[in-house]
Write a protein that binds this ligand. Structure first.
Ligand SMILES: Nc1ncnc2c1ncn2[C@@H]1O[C@H](COP(=O)(O)OP(=O)(O)O)[C@@H](O)[C@H]1O
Ligand SMILES: [Mg+2]
Length: 270
C-alpha cells in the first residue's frame, strides 16, 4: 500500500487544469462580445473552441493572451496569477503562446533565421550567419524542425514557403518559446487537404506535451482531432464535451452545426 498510496490523491497529469477562464465579459464600446464565459484548460489537451461567426471565439483567445482586457472576470493560472492583470508580453512570458489567423513570419529571412529570432529575439542574425550551420541549429531547434517537418527548408526565405509551411514555421517559432498553452486561430484555413492532415498530426503531437486551444471552422477537422470541444454562441458557453457529445446537443445542431452543415452532423451520433 505504502508506495502505491503516494499518488492516489493526485489526479493524473492529463486531468490537471493549467488555465481557468472565470466569468469573463468583454464589451467593445457597449457591445457585449463575450458574456460571462467560463473555460478550463487541462494539461496535454487538444481543445477546440467552435461556434458560429461572431460567437466570441477570437475575442476569447485575445483575452487569454492579454491582447484584449475584459470588463470583468479572471484568467487564472494554477498558482493564482490572474493574466487579466498582465500585459500581453508578460502573458507570453508566463507560458501562453498565441498564433493569429494570418501567418506572421519574417518573409525576407530564411526558415533558420526566423527560428533563431524566435529562440532569441535579441540575436543578431547577420552575426549568426558567420557561424557554421551545425553550431546554429540548437538541439531544441532540431526537435522543433523534426515536428514541423521543415528541416530540409532551412535556407529558404520564409516568404517563398507555401501557405501551410509558413503556418508550420510560425507554430515552430512559438514552440521554441516553450509555452504551456498554445492558442491557434483557424490554423488550417486556406490549407490544402494534405497540409490540413499534416497540421492535425502536428497539433496532436504538440498536445502530448502542452495544452492546445484551437478555434476552428472546419468541422471535418474538429471531428477528426478534437479531444474536447467547447461551443460558444452569442458570447456565451453553450455546451462542452467530446465532439460526439456536443453534436448530440439539439441546441448546438440548431445554432451551428445543423445550420452550417446540414443534418448529417447530427445524424452521425444517432
Ligand atoms: N474590436 C472590436 N470592436 C467591436 N466589436 C468587435 C471587436 N472585435 C470583435 N467584435 C465583435 O464581437 C463579436 C465577436 O467577435 P469574434 O470574437 O471575432 O467572433 P468569432 O471569432 O467567434 O467569429 C462580433 O460580433 C464582432 O463583430
Ligand atoms: Mg474568429
Amino acid at each position: 500500500m505504502g508506495s502505491l498510496s503516494v499518488n492516489v490523491n493526485k489526479p493524473p497529469l492529463s486531468e490537471q487544469t493549467v488555465l481557468m477562464v472565470r466569468d469573463v465579459t468583454v464589451s467593445f464600446s457597449g457591445f457585449v462580445a463575450v458574456r460571462g464565459m467560463n473555460l478550463s484548460l487541462r494539461q496535454r489537451e487538444l481543445h477546440f473552441l467552435i461556434g458560429p461567426n461572431g460567437a466570441g471565439k477570437t475575442t476569447m483567445l485575445d483575452v487569454i493572451c492579454g491582447k484584449t482586457k475584459p470588463l470583468s472576470g479572471q484568467v487564472l493560472l494554477p498558482d493564482g496569477t490572474d493574466l487579466v492583470r498582465k500585459k500581453e508580453h508578460q502573458v507570453a512570458r508566463l507560458g501562453i503562446g498565441r498564433k493569429f489567423q494570418a501567418p506572421s513570419v519574417f518573409g525576407g529571412l530564411t526558415v533558420l533565421e526566423n527560428l533563431e529570432i524566435a529562440q532569441d529575439p535579441n540575436k543578431n542574425v547577420f552575426h549568426a550567419l558567420r557561424k557554421r550551420r551545425s553550431d546554429r541549429v540548437t538541439s531544441s531547434m532540431e526537435e522543433v524542425l523534426e515536428q514541423i517537418g521543415l528541416g530540409h527548408r532551412l535556407d529558404i526565405r520564409a516568404g517563398s514557403l507555401s501557405h501551410g509551411e509558413k503556418q508550420w514555421l510560425e507554430i515552430g517559432m512559438l514552440l521554441l518559446q516553450e509555452p504551456d498553452v498554445l492558442l491557434l486561430d483557424e490554423p488550417v484555413a486556406g490549407m490544402t487537404d494534405e497540409e490540413t492532415d499534416k497540421t492535425g498530426i502536428l497539433l496532436t503531437e504538440i498536445a502530448k506535451k502542452r495544452s492546445v486551444v484551437i478555434v476552428e471552422h472546419d468541422m471535418e477537422f474538429v471531428r477528426h482531432y478534437a479531444e474536447k470541444v467547447t461551443v460558444m454562441h452569442e458570447g456565451k458557453l453553450l455546451t462542452e464535451g467530446t465532439m460526439q457529445e456536443v453534436q448530440l446537443n439539439p441546441v448546438v445542431a440548431e445554432v451551428y452545426l445543423g445550420k452550417r452543415r446540414g443534418s448529417d452532423v447530427v445524424a452521425e451520433g444517432d
